[in-house]
Structures are given as C-alpha cells and as structure tokens.
Design a protein around this ligand. Structure first.
Ligand code: NAP
Ligand code: ZN
Length: 360
C-alpha cells in the first residue's frame, strides 16, 4: 500500500513505449501533486483496449512519446485533495477515457463530457489544460480530477470492472440510445473487447442478440455471452441469409468493412452504429439508406453520468468483462498481448495486473 498522500509531485511505476512500434519498458512516470479537486488512485488493473494499439502504433496520429497508454482503469482511492467531496480514501473507483473537461459548456452540462467544447482531455496522449500531455493507466498510480472518477459498485471485482470503463460504456451508450430491449433484434459485428461487452449488455437489456464474426471459432462463447445466433462471415451466404433481420447493428470491428453488406442486414427503420475506429472511409449509396429509412451512425465512448449508470447496470445484472489477466513484470507480455489482440486471439479482454510492473 502506498504511503503517498499526494502533497508533492511523485513518480509511479508504469509501462511506457518510447516511440511508435517500440517495445514497452518499465519506467518511473512523474505524476502531479494533488490539486484541491484531485483524487489519487492506486490502480489495481488496467485493460488493454484496441484504441491503445491504434494510438501506440501511431495509426491515428499525432502521438506523443514516450507514452503510457491505458483508459480502462480500476483501483482504490489512496488520497484526496482538500475540496474533494465525491470520493474518499478506500473507495473502489474507475477512470475511463476522460480525465478532464471544462464542466461548463452545454455538452458538459448535458453529461456529454466527451464532446466538451474546450475540448475534453483524454486519459493519455492528450494535451491537458496545464500544458502537459496526459499519461494513462498502465501504471500503479494516477491523479485525476474527482469529476471524472467513477464509483465501482460492490459486487463487481476490480479486474472485470476495468474494461467496463471503455469497452462497457462504448457499447452501452449506443445500445441504450438506439433502443436495444425486449422485442428488438441486435447484431454485434466483431466479438472482441467491445463486441463481447455489447453482447452481454444487449442481452441484459432484453434484446435478441446475434454475433457476426469472421469464423465459427467464437460461436460457443457467443452463446455463453448471451447471443442466440452466431453468423460466420467466412461461410458462403451467411450474411445473405440474414438480410433484413436487425433493428440495430453495433459494428465493433477495428478494420475496414464493406458497409453495404451490413446495411442490407437492417430491417426498415434500423440503425447501423459504428464504434470500431479503423482508418478508412465508410462507403454506402444513399439509396441503400433511403429505401427502408435506415440510419448509419457512430458513437463515441460515453459521458460521466452515463458511465456511472452503466456501472450500476452491470452491478445490478452481475455483468463484468470476460478477461485474461497478465503479469507485466516482463513488459514484453504487453507487446505480446497487443499482437494477440490484433490477431483476434484474446478471450475477450486483456487486463494488466499493475502490481507486477517493476521498473529497474
Ligand atoms: P478487439 O478486441 O481487437 O476486437 C475487434 C474485433 O473485430 C475482433 O475481435 C474481430 O472479431 C474483429 N476483427 C478484427 N480484425 C478484423 C478484420 N480484418 N475483419 C473483420 N473483423 C475483424 O478491439 P476492441 O478493443 O474491441 O476495439 C474495437 C474497435 O473499437 C477499435 O477500432 C477501437 O479503436 C475502437 N474503439 C472505439 C471507441 C469509441 O468510442 N467509438 C472506444 C473504444 C474502442 P471476430 O474475431 O469476432 O471476427
Ligand atoms: Zn478504449
């Protein structure tokens, strides 16, 4: 347990990559002294999101190095600033993709801090309001403004809670907005970190869920996660047979897909919502949307109030992520995990046990 009370700047054990594509190293990462509204968190677990990989590998640009990624953070409060009222030492807490926002613009006031007009500050690789670039959660401690810190309800273990902070909210938000529930059919494209959460959440909301994956390799798992049907796109005619069968499709795939094929799977008035963030463009003919009043859209993480709502929903329904925990005492374990994520080989989210990070 830390003795750090946050009154002075300090360094925490962390994993950092010095340049695009370079292996991770264990380092001592500087963190600021607590401001009045700050919370110091002892991080227990940090999930590996595919966005970390896109960012670290400089697929999105501009990336700042050295970089400590990580925006699926779960731990406990170790110290609080003098004006903190929402959290106290010992509380189980999480941090997702946001560590600051202005708190005053229309978007912040409406609970959409991710669209803050100032703009919002991401958990890593993001310029903050004080001239620094943020560093994320592959670390043992982090300092975050209390407004961006979520309560992790009792009943969700911290390891399976960590991925909820990005994969959970990113899928909960569009499922809720576009009406996943009883009597509605939901297709989830890509059964990875986000996809497996979409299946669990949509099933818990009462929708009938179909997984759409490249092969049958995840078919059994998909049923256990809550899907009633699994389609393998590698099978000739599988998508054709599913035409006009979904009210909502959540596309979580991290690579470019032929959108035309997926728009055809929608029923009239259906929506195809992209959360996967590959670098390419979407191409659909307007007519394919007009015939059937179809919608193609996107969804970006979720604001703080909705993220808390999602965590409470997960606690109520007994939902956590399905995870593989890794020991990072050799930082190569993280590089290897990245390759496995890209290969679609993870079941279904890798979580770093941050206690194992050991700088020389
Ligand atoms: P992930 O764990 O790697 O899952 C992606 C899944 O996509 C894979 O499991 C695989 O599913 C499928 N896939 C991968 N390559 C494919 C290909 N070439 N063709 C077809 N399917 C392929 O990644 P994740 O962490 O869930 O993230 C998914 C995407 O969402 C990333 O682009 C990430 O940056 C983005 N993201 C967006 C937001 C947001 O706010 N919108 C938030 C977080 C992440 P199967 O094996 O089942 O085919
Ligand atoms: Zn993420």
């Amino acid at each position: 347990m830390t003795q750090n009370d946050g009154t002075h700047p300090f360094a925490t054990a962390a994993l950092a990559t010095p340049a695009a594509g370079a292996p991770f190293e264990a380092v001592r990462l500087p963190r600021r002294a607590l401001r009045d509204d700050d919370v110091l968190i002892d991080i227990a677990y940090a999930g590996i999101c595919h966005s970390d990989i896109h960012t670290v590998r400089d697929e999105w640009g501009p990336a700042h190095y050295p970089m400590t990624p990580g925006h699926e953070i779960a731990g406990t409060v170790a110290a609080v600033g003098s004006a903190v009222t929402r959290h106290k030492v010992g509380d189980r807490v999480g941090v997702g993709c946001l560590v600051d926002s202005c708190g005053e613009c229309a978007q912040c006031k409406d609970g959409f801090e991710q669209f803050c007009e100032k703009p919002s500050v991401g958990t890593y690789n993001s310029p903050d309001y004080f001239g620094e670039v943020t560093q994320g959660g592959y670390a043992q401690q982090i300092v975050v403004s209390e407004r961006m810190v979520l309560r992790i309800p009792e009943g969700i273990d911290l390891d399976v809670a960590a991925p909820l902070l990005c994969a959970g909210i990113t899928t909960y938000s569009p499922l809720k907005r576009w009406g996943a529930g009883p009597g509605r059919t939901v297709g989830v494209v890509g059964v990875g970190g986000l996809g497996h959460m979409a299946v669990k959440l949509a099933a818990a909301m009462g929708a009938e869920v179909t997984t759409i994956s490249r092969s049958d390799a995840k078919a059994e798992d998909a049923k256990a996660l809550g899907a009633t049907r699994h389609l393998a796109t590698s099978e000739e005619g599988a998508l054709k047979a599913a035409r006009s069968s979904f009210d909502l499709i959540i596309n979580t795939v991290s690579a470019d897909l032929d959108m035309k094929q997926y728009v055809r799977l929608l029923r009239p008035h259906g929506a195809l919502i992209n959360v996967g963030l590959p670098p390419g463009d979407l191409a659909v003919a307007p007519g394919s949307l007009i015939i059937g009043n179809k919608v193609i859209g996107g969804s970006n993480i979720g604001g703080i109030p909705e993220t808390q709502e999602m965590l409470d929903f997960c606690a109520e329904h007994g939902i956590g992520a399905t995870i593989e925990t890794i020991d990072a005492s050799d930082p190569k374990a993280v590089d290897e995990a990245y390759d496995r994520v890209v290969d679609g080989d993870v079941r279904y989210r890798v979580v770093i046990d941050t206690a194992t990070i050991t700088p020389a």
